[in-house]
Design a protein around this ligand. Structure first.
Ligand code: NAD
Length: 372
């Protein structure tokens, strides 16, 4: 199969859809890999790395889209890219169609087949192509939070691990899923005193079994949150209610009960944020202050560590990318219901129910399409 990887054009996106290692795996199976000139630069891969892997470099995105049978990307195709998609072409990338009617209509009109990273599933009911970015954001949260805690950045001037004779920072993580667990591990590793709140008892049991000695956990209620934030140096928001906006778990009125210079890191900002005073920020201007409390609310945290994020995403997408290339999308999806769960669009038809419901568009069952 001819597999094409264009340079990402969404502002501040430095990741790339294929690593040189992924390209090499595809080439070794007899596929033809076409990479746009400079596509990997933001993630630290230059053209020579791809050439050494056996890929071809072409000058423009137009050439990639015109040549490739499958396009592998990171972010949803932008308007100009969507115009280059054609009937029968396969698109494998993050799409997030439910809040994006323009993109959905363009993909339907193009006649392409689009498989969305974010809806591919695994045997445990997880989302294996979203998890790596939650792992990155979770591990980054205490890192950016501890920087914000420094006095010169508006914080309380507290060191995460303290020193002999001086106690550590108190960190509260609200939500003990993928983001929260990775945030708690890193905060505890930095020496902080960490408590994780979650509403799921099975999740709290898991955290207690596996991490009982490293950090504490507590059942999440409004009362428990109100009490813990009063003594916290840092609060990390990591909740998710699938398909819904994040619940507001810390109100503006509660900020006055917190220590001046305490830090809120709202990782859930991409779902609207779980603190009432959160508003999305960018890597260029990531923090702001409300009522004496510092806020960090970057909606695309993994972009800060584009190289790690690219490799982590590539590790997760590669087996699916190879299956699609080896077998073609139809056979690959017939063989793997978890990959079929990623099918959102085929030949002018929408095949993902939640997107159809959100946008009021009729949906054809992916099980019907894949057998047609
Ligand atoms: N900002 C970024 O760059 C970035 C990157 C990756 C993920 N995210 C976001 O981070 C959030 C968390 O993602 P995840 O992968 O960890 O999800 P997850 O489903 O693995 O975990 C969410 C957890 O929140 C818990 N929860 C729900 N309501 C709660 C409440 N009221 N109190 C305490 N816990 C509650 C759930 O029980 C679950 O354990 C999502 O909104 C996701 O989109 C943001």
């Amino acid at each position: 199969m001819k597999i094409g990887c264009p340079k990402e054009i969404k502002p501040q996106e430095f990741r790339v859809g294929m690593t040189p290692n992924a390209a090499q795996e595809a080439v070794s199976r007899g596929h033809d890999v076409i990479i746009e000139n400079g596509a990997g630069i933001g993630a630290g891969f230059d053209n020579d790395d791809y050439v050494a892997a056996g890929a071809r470099i072409v000058d423009s995105a137009e050439e990639v889209f015109a040549t490739a049978e499958m396009i592998v990307k990171v972010k949803e195709p932008q308007a100009g890219e969507r115009k280059m998609l054609r009937e029968g072409q396969l698109l494998f990338t993050y799409l997030h169609l439910a809040p994006d009617p323009d993109q959905t209509h363009d993909l339907l009109e193009s006649g392409c087949t689009a498989i969305a990273y974010e809806t591919v599933t695994d045997a445990n009911g997880g989302l294996p192509l979203l998890a790596p970015m939650s792992e990155v954001a979770g591990r980054l949260a205490p890192q950016v939070g501890s920087w914000t805690l420094q006095k010169a950045n508006g914080g309380r001037g507290v060191l995460m691990g303290g020193v002999p004779g001086v106690g550590p920072a108190k960190v509260v993580v609200i939500g003990g899923g993928v983001v929260g667990t990775h945030a708690a591990k890193i905060a505890a590793g930095m020496g902080a005193d960490v408590t994780v709140l979650d509403r799921s008892l099975p999740r709290l049991r898991y955290l207690d079994d596996v991490f009982g000695g490293q950090f504490k956990n507590q059942y999440s209620t409004a009362g428990a949150t109100a009490e813990l934030i009063q003594t916290a140096d840092m609060v990390i928001g990591a909740v998710l209610i699938p398909g819904a906006a994040a619940p507001k778990l810390v109100t503006r009125a509660q900020l006055s009960t917190m220590k001046p210079g305490a830090v809120l890191v709202d990782v859930a900002i991409d779902q609207g944020g779980c603190f009432e005073t959160s508003k999305a920020t960018t890597h260029a201007d990531p923090i702001y202050e409300v009522d004496g409390v510092m806020h960090y609310c970057v909606a695309n945290m993994p972009g800060a560590v584009a190289r790690t994020s690219t490799i982590a995403l590539g590790n997760a997408t590669m087996p699916f990318m190879l299956a699609l290339a080896d077998k073609g999308w139809k056979q690959a999806c017939q063989d793997d219901p978890h990959l079929l769960a990623g099918l959102n669009v085929h030949a002018g038809q929408l095949t993902y129910y939640a997107v159809g419901k959100a946008l009021g568009i009729d949906v054809v069952s992916p099980n019907v399409v894949v057998k047609s």
